[in-house]
Design a protein around this ligand. Structure first.
Ligand SMILES: [Zn+2]
Length: 344
């Protein structure tokens, strides 16, 4: 049974007024095929894998309203329509108890989210696009960046349609971009905070460039001048460790992070920049694994007299100031302050 609806060149009169109404018109995960000037090639755009990240689907909606015709055929996949519509709109990353769809792009595909991911992969396989771009928002405010699993000029070229910063990371979590290894050049673009007008604008500008450019893949060894961040390590909490955010240590929590910690997003922090307060030893509170699978906690943080500091100069990003995200996902990602991977 197909979960995905199919539309081809939907007329402006069927789009609804506003992006929420557009999603209600869709009503289910939808694949929108757009005929291009050159119909011998196809590009793919995937978005709304996470229902609370609206910039990508807003950009698709504005494109459809513009009546423009893309340079080549485009397949747009708008995924978590149902989660996005669960009230209040754009507040659910996924439906309660469902798996994170962007962790489902590998077997087993045996639950509803897995089946949807498998169907998306099948649609991509049928169209065999020359490139795939997956648009996301970050949960907090922050700058835009691209993510890919390995570095090559095609990934550089695709990311540079949107932003100048790229994370090269192969965590093998089952994200859509993992297909890049063996299928088509695939990148994730995080256009910025899910509530930021700037992020919505960037999603549309980048989408226009992606749809209208005659070529989007690198023709030669162009240096795109991207800032590269290699193999970031995730700092996670150990089981049952409690965390809060405040400007002074909170007695009832194991860890208190400074409430302005987000300001370090994508900046360098020196080894004496205080990140917060913590009671106990680093390894009892935090978990982190480097690319070889060894524990990297003490390469990231150190605790001195109850104060928490970086273990060395670092560049931090995807810093959250939301304790629920820190507990279920991670506190932040880190690389060495020159953008290289952290090694022993
Ligand atoms: Zn996302």
């Amino acid at each position: 049974m197909s979960r995905v609806r199919f539309l081809r060149n939907p007329p402006v009169s069927e789009l609804g007024s506003g992006v929420e109404e557009f999603l209600r018109e869709l009503g289910a995960p939808t694949c929108i095929f757009l005929d291009g000037e050159d119909n011998t090639r196809t590009r793919a755009l995937v978005t709304l894998l996470h229902g609370n990240e609206p910039s990508g689907v807003m950009a698709v909606y504005h494109w459809l309203q513009s009546g423009l015709r893309p340079a080549v055929n485009v397949v747009c996949i708008v995924a978590s329509v149902v989660a996005a519509l669960a009230p209040p709109a754009f507040s659910h990353r996924m439906l309660p108890r469902a798996r994170d769809l962007n962790r489902c792009f590998r077997a087993p595909f045996d639950d509803a989210q897995g089946a949807l991911a498998e169907e998306i992969l099948e649609i991509l396989r049928l169209h065999h696009p020359e490139a795939v771009i997956d648009i996301h928002n970050t949960s907090g405010s922050g700058p835009s960046f691209g993510v890919c699993t390995h570095m090559d000029r095609q990934h550089d070229a695709l990311v540079s349609l949107f932003t100048q910063r790229m994370i090269v990371s192969n965590l093998g979590l089952g994200a859509l971009m993992d297909i890049s290894e063996h299928s088509y050049p695939t990148v994730t673009v995080e256009v910025g905070g899910r509530l930021d007008e700037e992020a919505h604008a960037l999603a549309y500008e980048g989408l226009r460039r992606y749809f209208l450019a005659p070529t989007v893949l690198a023709q030669d060894e162009t240096d795109w001048g991207l800032e590269l961040l290699h193999n970031p390590i995730r700092l996670e909490l150990c089981e049952h460790v409690t965390l809060t955010y405040a400007d002074q240590p909170c007695e009832s929590y194991d860890i208190t992070l400074r409430s302005d910690i987000e300001h370090h997003n994508f900046g360098s922090v020196s080894a004496d920049t205080q990140l917060g307060w913590a009671r106990g030893s680093e390894r009892n509170l935090f978990r982190a694994q480097d690319a070889s699978g060894s524990c990297a906690v003490t390469k990231l943080v150190r605790i001195v007299d109850g104060e928490l500091y970086p273990a060395r100069p670092l560049k931090l990003f995807m810093i959250t100031n939301n304790a629920a995200i820190a507990e279920s996902d991670c506190l932040f990602y880190a690389v060495a302050d020159d953008g290289s991977a952290i090694c022993a």
